[in-house]
Design a protein around this ligand. Structure first.
Ligand code: PMV
Length: 292
């Protein structure tokens, strides 16, 4: 039996804009999905859920095409909350391909697993950038789409979960409709998010958390302008800032799900998020795909 784990992620800059070719910066977090794969007499996935199984089945098919095995039994557990903007599907896809890679000695590198996982995400959900799968496979703080590693940000990360569901497909479609209706304005917003990401990269490289936080706040407002915000997300971002965060923004698709904040006072920020009705998650920058 082969076991692999892979992390969820937060997006520090650039979600949605990354779908239109702008850069993004994402960061692997300490919440992980764990998958075991074992040669078997029939192919089965445990637990078999409508939400996750399409990713696992698709990953099995991709690996079967590559190395030609018969059947496999897959067991999935995950700490990454689903439909929350934390890249839960990518974590499961990457961990599944990692476990299959080991079980059937396919010899894929982490970058090859990232690319194959992106293919799986695209076939299951249609439009998908390489952000989640690349971050989950490679870990650390990454510039997408190049996969360039940045140094770890020098302060704490506190996530705030609204508990409301975030539907990636729906939010990505919403932005596409917006872009069709208001092409000039929407393209400008997307380009500006791209500029914020580039400026954010320089600040992260210089270790300037204060100004990185300010740019995260700006990025939040532009996501709001794209129509993917909601009152719960803004309430948690405001609460985090009032609770000492240097910056706070939506992470992932939005419409619900989570905010991410960077802070030097993680306990104070977490308490403020809780008081505003969210579930705080204190997390750390983490490694990518791990063969257990
Ligand atoms: O909410 P999540 O974790 O599925 O993240 C979606 C991120 C988007 O930029 C909105 C879409 C993508 O494929 O990059």
């Amino acid at each position: 039996m082969s076991v692999c784990s892979a992390p969820g992620r937060v997006c520090l800059f650039g979600e949605h804009a990354v779908v239109y070719g702008e850069p993004a910066i994402a960061c692997a977090i300490s919440l992980r999905a764990k998958v075991s794969a074992k040669k078997s007499k029939k192919t089965e996935i445990k637990p078999n859920t409508a939400r996750k199984s399409p990713y696992v089945l698709n990953a099995v098919e991709e690996m079967r095409t590559l190395v030609g095995f018969e059947d496999v039994s897959i067991n999935v557990t995950s700490e990454v909350p689903v439909a929350s903007g934390l890249g839960s599907s990518a974590a499961i896809t990457v961990a599944t391909l990692g476990a299959l890679n080991k079980e059937f000695c396919a010899g894929l590198t982490d970058r090859e697993i990232a690319a194959l996982s992106h293919k799986v995400e695209r076939s299951v959900q249609g439009l998908a950038s390489p952000m989640d799968t690349m971050t989950s496979a490679l870990g650390g703080v990454l510039v997408i789409p190049d996969g360039r590693k940045l140094k770890n940000i020098n302060c704490d990360i506190v996530v705030g979960n609204t508990g409301a569901r975030s539907d990636t497909r729906e939010q990505v479609r919403k932005v596409a409709v917006f872009k069709k209706k208001y092409p000039d304005v929407t393209s400008q917003i997307i380009k500006t998010i791209g500029s914020i990401t580039c400026a954010g990269e320089n600040l992260i490289a210089r270790g300037d958390c204060e100004r990185t936080g300010k740019l995260m706040n700006m990025n939040h407002m532009l996501l709001d302008a794209l129509g993917v915000g909601c009152s719960e997300l803004t309430a948690l971002a405001d609460a985090a800032r009032k609770g000492g965060a240097l910056g706070a923004k939506i992470t992932g698709a939005g419409g619900g799900g989570c905010i991410v904040s960077i802070t030097r006072q993680p306990d104070v920020t977490a308490r403020a998020i809780k008081k505003a009705g969210g579930v705080p998650i204190k997390t750390k920058i983490s490694e990518g795909l791990k063969y257990e």
